[in-house]
Design a protein around this ligand. Structure first.
Ligand SMILES: Cc1ncc(COP(=O)(O)O)c(C=O)c1O
Length: 435
């Protein structure tokens, strides 16, 4: 008999392109049918056919306190009773700005939006408006949302800043080459490439945008030297350094990656955790830069639902929980325990595998050692990952459906969940060797 899940997917494909509202959900990379969910509680999810899973995606990061946390749900229900939107200021937005400023002090001023894409797109516009320059720099394998200027093919690092940047190729149809002509791409963790670019055109660069810990080409950790050099070069040449902490914010540490690596960016973008599962993004930074924004400055940016009271309330309730004593220590330790168990299980099964974690984010790689760049991560064994993924899914473990996605842990993940996951992984690793 066809499952309800399969029926829903078959029907969805008739009305929704690919049957999904965001491509990564489609299981194209691993094959098979995406799971349709109906309920989440704590560390667990249930699909429409009633099967239970331990969740390691957590909505791609936001559900850091676990699904349907009673304090978050209660706060949302209470505020929703007072109307869902005003399109006018509320005290909640001020409260959110105060919390962000307290936890991420480099964000002297902040503006709320409704997604990470809006946050990065707006931050870049502000950086260009402030500097009066056009060129922006990003890194191969980093994802900053789907705005036109940031969808540049991750070409081979150094080459992408030829004399006239002739190789900046849009990575999506529908993006004119002219739109990405000002977007330069460098290899992540390549200090030499950074220095060369800045020595050539440093004074033309409006901003550099970076995931300070990358979560969009699996998990890639920066070297301290790389981030430090980037900071120094931006300062020297008057380019704005934007840390895109949409994924890392409040997740790798309470103060984000900038606290972990002790680097102060000029601007920061946030998303995911600040909405606690509802659509909230934010961008902010140095006051002199943020003062460029309308209505006081010349850079235009706006949003009908920006600072939406219900969404902001979900975020505030989540941020309150993660500020509790020891929250990140526990999250970090639990994630590390999971990683250590998986590495050991792979070793026992004699499977080539490595893994690492930063705070509540982790990376699993079917290669000898943890990669440090896009090129390295691309060399991992994708076929092994896909088999591992499906074996884990059968056992009720919901991992990101691609070898190139990071994993996310919530504070609700119990010791029993970790033990169950490692047991399932043992079976999955053994099946790889047997096949
Ligand atoms: C680092 C980073 N920046 C920006 C975005 C875009 O955020 P959103 O999907 O909310 O538009 C993402 C999404 O995954 C992200 O990981």
């Amino acid at each position: 008999m066809t499952s309800l899940n399969q029926t829903l997917f078959d029907k969805s494909q008739q009305l929704i392109p690919g049957g999904v509202n965001s491509p990564v959900r489609a299981f194209r990379s691993v094959g098979g049918t995406p799971i349709f969910f109906k309920k989440g509680l704590g560390s667990k999810l249930w699909d429409v056919d009633g099967k239970e899973y331990i969740d390691y995606i957590n909505s791609w990061g936001p559900m850091i306190v676990g699904h349907a946390h009673p304090a978050v749900i209660k706060a949302v229900q209470e505020v929703a009773a007072n109307s869902l939107s005003f399109g006018a200021p509320t005290g909640l937005e001020l409260e959110m700005a105060e919390v962000i400023n307290k936890l991420v002090p480099s964000m002297e001023q902040v503006r709320l939006v409704s997604s990470g894409t809006e946050a990065t797109m707006s931050a870049i516009r502000v950086a260009r408006g402030f500097t009066g320059r056009n060129k922006i720099v990003k890194f191969e394998g980093c994802y900053h949302g789907h705005s036109d200027a940031l969808l540049v093919k991750a070409g081979s690092g150094l080459l992408t800043f030829g004399e006239n940047n002739a190789q900046a190729v849009p990575s999506s149809a529908g993006v004119p080459a002219e739109v990405v002509a000002h977007t330069l791409t460098l290899e992540y963790n390549n200090v030499q490439a950074l220095k060369e670019l800045f020595s050539k055109i440093g004074n033309e660069i409006a901003c550099v945008i970076i995931e300070p810990v990358v979560g969009n080409m699996n998990l890639i950790v920066p070297t301290q030297e790389f981030l430090q050099t980037l900071r120094e070069l931006c300062t020297k040449h008057g380019a704005i350094l934007i840390f895109d902490e949409v994924m890392t914010g409040f997740r790798v540490a309470l103060g984000g990656a900038q606290a972990l690596y002790n680097i102060k960016p000029d601007m920061t973008t946030l998303g995911k955790v600040i909405g606690g599962g509802m659509p909230v993004g934010a961008f902010g930074g140095r006051k002199d830069i943020m003062q460029c924004l309308a209505p006081i400055g010349a850079v235009y940016q706006a949003g009908t639902l920006s600072g939406n009271p219900v969404a902001v309330t979900a975020g505030l309730a989540t941020l309150k929980i993660i500020q509790e004593n020891g929250f990140h220590d526990k999250l970090t330790a639990q994630t590390k325990k999971l990683i250590d168990g998986l590495v050991l299980a792979a070793k026992e099964a004699n499977v080539t595998f490595s893994a690492q974690s930063v705070g509540g984010m982790f990376g699993l790689y079917f290669c000898e050692k943890c990669p440090t760049s896009y090129d390295e991560v691309m060399q991992s064994n994708k076929e092994h990952f896909n088999k591992f993924f499906h074996s884990m899914l059968d056992s009720g473990i919901y991992l990101g459906p691609s070898a190139f996605e990071a994993g996310f842990v919530s504070a609700a993940l119990s010791d029993e969940d970790v033990a169950f996951t490692i047991k399932a992984a043992k079976k999955a690793f053994q099946s790889l060797v047997a096949s």
